[in-house]
Design a protein around this ligand. Structure first.
Ligand code: FES
Length: 156
């Protein structure tokens, strides 16, 4: 994945100031950085480490310990395609193929414009309505390949 965000130094500084550059507040600081960029850009981690006078290795170990943090670019919209058995037998494979084709990315990747991230899940508990696609927490059921484009367009 090539898309990388260049963080704004001032923005990182103001996040650090919000917590008086307290190294004990590393987790909430990283949460704020992620809220800003949808993930933790490498350069932002360097700036946070410098600002808190904490070794970069320590910043990284916290950033990679918590599952809620992402070190890879994430799009503004998170698309989750259910590939669980019930959705699979109802054609989820065709749905995800169409999404990949439309966006030009594979599962686990983010579009260059940082608009969409594509992921898969193994059941979201709505099997009877499968195939299911969840975008930003909103469920779309009985998906077909031809419904993909209009659905994505509604999240532009
Ligand atoms: S298998 Fe897709 S919702 Fe259960």
């Amino acid at each position: 994945m090539k898309a990388e965000v260049k963080p704004d130094k001032q923005k990182i500084k103001s996040i650090l100031a919000r917590y008086q550059s307290d190294p004990g507040m590393l987790v909430p600081i990283l949460q704020d950085v992620q809220a800003e960029y949808n993930y933790l850009p490498r350069e932002a981690l360097v700036l946070v480490g410098q600002g808190l006078e904490v070794p970069l290795s320590q910043v990284y170990s916290v950033a990679s310990f918590f599952k809620a943090f992402s070190l890879k670019p994430r799009g503004r919209h998170l698309i989750n395609v259910c590939l669980g058995t019930a959705c699979h037998v109802r054609g989820a494979g065709r749905v995800i193929d169409e999404i990949k084709r439309e966006l030009g990315i594979r599962s686990g990747e983010t579009t260059e414009d940082l608009k969409y991230t594509l992921e898969t899940v193994n059941c979201v508990g709505a099997c009877a309505l499968g195939p299911i696609v969840v975008i930003d927490g909103n469920y779309s059921g009985q998906m077909t390949g031809s419904k993909v484009k209009p659905l994505l367009e509604s999240y532009k």
